[in-house]
Design a protein around this ligand. Structure first.
Ligand SMILES: Cc1cc2nc3c(=O)[nH]c(=O)nc-3n(C[C@H](O)[C@H](O)[C@H](O)COP(=O)(O)O)c2cc1C
Length: 143
């Protein structure tokens, strides 16, 4: 099975925790995964992976984090056409509008979303949310 990249930005560690749990699920399903922060990933890396899993919390006003993650995402977008992509991120007080907008944007770029709805977790993943992250990883591995 080909490699999967999990690429994320996290300010206070919640999306990072999701990234690591999703990677655990991918590994448990028998696939190879590499986890990287968004500052260590760029357009030249995309072709090295069969699937790209992108994680960013809701920042600004229901937006992707705009200093590191969004520029990286915009730069790789031309290469997401036809690529299997999964989205995830943590949020606080909102209603996940940032994720709905992100799903639409990725689809418009031609990404093949492994799950129509990206995985969202309120603040720190605990209990059932940890299980949901691992299950998401398994689903990604099997897609
Ligand atoms: C500057 C800033 C803006 C935020 N904006 C939103 C928002 O618009 N909607 C929301 O639901 N949560 C918002 N949050 C809450 C974060 O999404 C939430 O705390 C999340 O768990 C942070 O994930 P992280 O630990 O991976 O950085 C914001 C947090 C910060 C610091």
């Amino acid at each position: 099975m080909s490699k999967i990249a999990v690429v994320y930005w996290s300010g206070t560690g919640n999306t990072e925790a999701m990234a690591n749990l999703i990677a655990d699920g991918i590994k448990e399903a028998g696939a190879e995964v590499e986890v990287a922060t968004s500052d260590c990933f760029g357009i030249d890396d995309v072709d090295n992976y069969e699937k790209i899993v992108l994680g960013c919390p809701s920042m600004g006003d229901e937006e992707l984090e705009d200093s590191e993650f969004e520029p990286m995402y915009s730069s790789i977008k031309p290469k997401l056409n036809g690529k299997k992509v999964a989205l995830f991120g943590s949020y606080g007080w909102g209603e996940c509008d940032w994720m709905r907008d992100w799903e639409s944007d990725a689809k418009d770029a031609g990404a093949v979303l492994i799950s129509d709805e990206g995985l969202t977790v309120n603040e720190t993943p605990e209990g059932e949310a940890c299980d949901a992250c691992k299950e998401y990883g398994k689903k990604i591995a099997q897609a």
